[in-house]
Design a protein around this ligand. Structure first.
Ligand code: HXC
Length: 516
C-alpha cells in the first residue's frame, strides 16, 4: 500500500471516530433519557465555540484481571483538554459515565492528573465534570493510587488557581473527595448525586432502604450538608452559573483584578428604605448588598444552606469584592456552626485570590443552646475568628443595627484588624441585647422591686440609653465613623481606593493551625 498523507489522515479519522464514540449509542441514549448530556457535549456547552482542544484521546488501559483483558474502554472513560470561557483559558476534564460508569482506573486517573498539572503550571482555572462510580473495582489499588494523586494535586493547587467541581451524575466513593477539596461544587436537581457509600452498601450493611436522591441528591447537599455551593434545575443552567462565577474570580492568585465598566446601583434598591430602624423587624440583607454593589449585581454562593449568613460576589468601582452579611430574615441573623463554617471558608477563598471583603453586620451574637454547644459551636465559631484575623486583603465592615457579644468581634471587627469599620446611627454595639443584659446585671433590683416587671422595663430602657448605640464604641475609636445609611457606598468606595496599596506584615511561619 502506498504511503501517503491521505491514508494516514484516514487512519487518524477512523481511530478518532472510534475513540469518541464513548460507550456506544445505547449507553448514550440511556444517559440522555435522564437529562444528561454526553461528556464532550457538556464541554462544548461550557466553553467558547470552537475553543476546545482535547488531549490523550488514544489512551488505553492495561488492566488484565476480572474480564478487563482486551476490554475496550474508549478514552478510558474521561475526556481532558483546554478551552476558553469568555475568552479566558481553562483546563477541563469530564468523566464519561457511558464507559465503565466513568469509574477511575489508573490511566483514567493519569489523564485527570495530567490536565491538573497543566492547569497548575499555566495558572488557569480547573473545571472537573464528575460523573463516576468511583474507584474502578477491577483495577484494585491502582485506582486508589489514582485518587491519591488527584487529592494531592487538589491540595497543591488550592489557593493558587480556582478549582471548580461539577457533579453531573452519581458520584460515589473516591469520586466525591476530589470535589470536596475544590473551591466550588455545582449540582443539578435529579441528576447529581454524591455519597461515600451507595444505597446498595447501606442496605447490605445497615438493612436500610434509601434512594440515591434522598441519600445525596442536589437538594441534600445544597440544603443540608453544605457540601455544594450551587444548585441548578438543568445542566444548561449549571453551565451558565459556572460562567458567571468565573467572570468574578481571577484566573490565579497572582493575576491582578480585571476591571469592568462601573454601573451605579439600581434606584429600586433604596438603602434607607430596605432596613427598618426597629431592631426587632427583619429584612432581606441581600437588598442592602444590591443597594451597594455596582449595577445591583450580587452573585450569591450557598444560597440554600445556613441562610442566616449570606455570602457571594459583587463589584464595587468595577472590581470584584466578596460580601459577607448577616441575614436578619433567618434566625435573626445569629451566628452558629454552619454559618461560621460557610463564612470562614469564603473569607479564606477571597483572601487567597486577593478579593477585598465587605462585611455587613446585623446580628444578635452566637446562637445559644445545647444543640449548638454539642455540635461544636466553639470550634466552628472559632473558624470565623481565625479566617478574618488571618486575611490580609482590604477588609471593611458596616454595622447596620445589632452587633452583640462574640459576634461583634467575629464579624470583622477592628480588633481582628479590619481596615475600616463604619456604623449607622441606629447601630447597637454591646456585650449582649438590652433584655438579656438588664436581666443579668440588674437581677437583684428587679427581684426586690415592688413591681419587678416595671423595674425590668425601666432597667432595659436605662441599658438601651447607655449602651445600645454606636457612640460608646466610637468614643474608643473601635469604629471609624458613624455614617448615614445613604453615604455607605461612598465610604466603602473611598476605603477600597485607599486600600489598593495596603501592606501588612505577619510573623513568619510554615502555616497556622486553624480550628478545622
Ligand atoms: C467498575 C463500575 C463502577 C466501579 C459502576 N461501574 N461503578 N465499574 N468500578 N466503581 C460500571 C457498572 O458495572 C456498569 O457496567 C456501568 O458502570 C454502569 O453502572 P450501573 O450500576 O449500571 O449504573 P447505575 O444503575 O446508574 O448506578 C450507578 C452507581 C453504581 C450508583 C454509581 O454503579 C454503583 O453503586 N457503583 C459502585 C459505587 C461504589 O461503591 N464505588 C466505590 C468504589 S470504592 P456495565 O458493564 O454493566 O455497563 C472507592 C474508594 C476510594 O471509590 C476511596 C478514596 C478515598
Amino acid at each position: 500500500m502506498a504511503l501517503n498523507l491521505g491514508s494516514k489522515l484516514r487512519e487518524l479519522e477512523r481511530k478518532t471516530e472510534k475513540a469518541i464514540r464513548g460507550g456506544g449509542e445505547q449507553a448514550i441514549a440511556k444517559q440522555k433519557a435522564m437529562g444528561k448530556l454526553p461528556a464532550r457535549e457538556r464541554i462544548n456547552y461550557l466553553v467558547d465555540e470552537g475553543s476546545f482542544y482535547e488531549y490523550d484521546l488514544f489512551i488505553e488501559h492495561d488492566a488484565r484481571e476480572f474480564g478487563m483483558d482486551g476490554k475496550e474502554l474508549p478514552g478510558d472513560g474521561v475526556v481532558i483538554g483546554t478551552g476558553k470561557i469568555n475568552g479566558r483559558p481553562v483546563a477541563i476534564f469530564a468523566q464519561d459515565f457511558t464507559v465503565a460508569g466513568g469509574s477511575l482506573g489508573l490511566m483514567h486517573a493519569r489523564k485527570i492528573t495530567k490536565i491538573m498539572d497543566y492547569a497548575l503550571r499555566m495558572r488557569i482555572p480547573l473545571i472537573g465534570i464528575n460523573d463516576s462510580g468511583g474507584a474502578r473495582i477491577q483495577e484494585g489499588v491502582n485506582s486508589l493510587a489514582g485518587y491519591g494523586e488527584i487529592f494531592f494535586r487538589n491540595t497543591l493547587a488550592s489557593g493558587v488557581i480556582p478549582q471548580i467541581s461539577v457533579i453531573l451524575g452519581p458520584c460515589a466513593g473516591g469520586a466525591v473527595y476530589s470535589p470536596a477539596l475544590t473551591d466550588f461544587v455545582f449540582m443539578v436537581d435529579n441528576i447529581s448525586k454524591m455519597f461515600i457509600t451507595g444505597p446498595e452498601v447501606i442496605k447490605s450493611v445497615l438493612g436500610e432502604e434509601i434512594s440515591m436522591e434522598e441519600l445525596g441528591g442536589a437538594r441534600v447537599h445544597n440544603e443540608i450538608t453544605g457540601n455544594a455551593h450551587f444548585f441548578a434545575l438543568s445542566e444548561e443552567e449549571c453551565f451558565k452559573q459556572i460562567k458567571t462565577l468565573l467572570s468574578f474570580v481571577p484566573s490565579n492568585n497572582e493575576q491582578p483584578q480585571a476591571t469592568v465598566e462601573v454601573k451605579e446601583p439600581k434606584k429600586q434598591f433604596n438603602i434607607e428604605k430596605v432596613v427598618p430602624v426597629d431592631p426587632t423587624r427583619p429584612y432581606d440583607v441581600r437588598n442592602v448588598i444590591r443597594a451597594l454593589a455596582d449595577d445591583s449585581d450580587f452573585f450569591e454562593i450557598q444560597e440554600k444552606w445556613a441562610g442566616n449568613i449570606v455570602i457571594g460576589f459583587g463589584r464595587l468601582d468595577g472590581q470584584t469584592v466578596g460580601f459577607v452579611a448577616n441575614q436578619p430574615l433567618v434566625l435573626a441573623g445569629v451566628l452558629d456552626c454552619d454559618s461560621s463554617d460557610k463564612a470562614a471558608r469564603f473569607i479564606r477563598y477571597c483572601d487567597a485570590f486577593n478579593i477585598p471583603l465587605i462585611t455587613i453586620e446585623d446580628m444578635p451574637g452566637y446562637l445559644p443552646g445545647v444543640d449548638q454547644e454539642h455540635a461544636g459551636v466553639i470550634r466552628h465559631g472559632a473558624k470565623l475568628l481565625y479566617a478574618y484575623s488571618e486575611a490580609t486583603v482590604p477588609r471593611i465592615t458596616v454595622i447596620l443595627r445589632k452587633a452583640y457579644g462574640g459576634g461583634y468581634i467575629a464579624m470583622n471587627s477592628r480588633h481582628l484588624r479590619a481596615d475600616f469599620v463604619f456604623a449607622w446611627p441606629m447601630a447597637e454595639i454591646a456585650v449582649m441585647g438590652p433584655q438579656g443584659a438588664a436581666n443579668i446585671i440588674f437581677r437583684k433590683e428587679i427581684m426586690e422591686a415592688p413591681d419587678p416587671e416595671a423595674m425590668r422595663k425601666q432597667k432595659v430602657e436605662e441599658y438601651k440609653e447607655k449602651f445600645a448605640n454606636p457612640y460608646v464604641a466610637a468614643a474608643k475609636g473601635y469604629i471609624d465613623s458613624v455614617i448615614s445609611p445613604k453615604e455607605t457606598r461612598k465610604f466603602i468606595l473611598q476605603s477600597l481606593e485607599l486600600s489598593k496599596t495596603k501592606t501588612v506584615g505577619r510573623p513568619h511561619k510554615k502555616h497556622g493551625i486553624p480550628p478545622f
